[in-house]
Design a protein around this ligand. Structure first.
Ligand code: ZN
Ligand code: ZN
Length: 211
């Protein structure tokens, strides 16, 4: 099963994005998870979307989450409409901008760990690398990778857990660093179950189409 991968914003270190999605693919492969990220190119958002967000540390430029979700969804639909497009129904976007929302109930912890949303059966996920920034590139990559696995887990119906697991939400960054880059046994079982169910459903749809 393929998941589209894209990024939004200016990355000074673009290799970072490829490396982190590659590492996710390696994790899937090593654990027999039938998922692969495929890179779909940069996602362009018009400058008109950029807004100034007042924070404790002064004004920060950012895209409202709603605009990012919409753009990701449009990109996913465009991919599906292409003749030679990949059969994807999920798209993951990494952004350099902090995640901000017009929704006042937008939780601090979602700002940190990103968000996933389902629109007409398709799932888009977005994660900001901002909270994970570090001088230590390897450490930063691990932090982001865990964030990717966390949001992806939600997109397959996984809920938060309290084990040593990427699905265990952190109190702070130190807490996040203490998590292994892995799903716990229980979450792994649930993920495999959800994947099997989804693949079966897909096969059935294909069969019906073929008739
Ligand atoms: Zn979560
Ligand atoms: Zn777990």
């Amino acid at each position: 099963m393929y998941i589209g991968a894209t990024y939004i914003g200016k990355f000074t270190d673009r290799e970072f994005i490829f490396e982190v999605f590659d590492e996710a693919n390696r994790y899937f492969e090593e654990n027999g998870i039938p998922l692969r990220f495929v890179y779909l190119g940069k996602l362009e958002l018009g400058p008109g979307y950029l807004i100034n967000i007042p924070t404790e540390k002064g004004n920060v430029k950012g895209y409202p989450l709603e605009a990012i979700i919409e753009a990701l969804y449009a990109r996913l639909v465009a991919e599906l409409q292409r003749e030679d497009g990949l059969p994807i129904d999920r798209l993951f976007g990494l952004t350099t901008f902090p995640l901000v929302s017009r929704n006042p109930y937008f939780h601090l912890y979602e700002r940190f760990l990103g968000i996933q949303q389902e629109i007409t059966g398709m799932k888009v996920m977005v994660l900001s690398i901002k909270p994970f920034e570090s001088e230590n590139r390897t450490l930063m990559k691990k932090r982001v990778l865990k964030g990717i696995l966390h949001e992806l887990g939600h997109s397959f119906g996984l809920e938060h857990c309290s084990n040593e697991c990427v699905m265990n939400p952190p109190e702070d960054i130190a807490d996040w660093d203490s998590r292994p880059v892995a799903y716990c046994d229980s979450c792994m079982r649930k993920l495999h179950g959800a994947l099997t169910a989804e693949l079966l459903l897909r096969e059935e749809k294909e069969r019906k189409k073929g008739r």
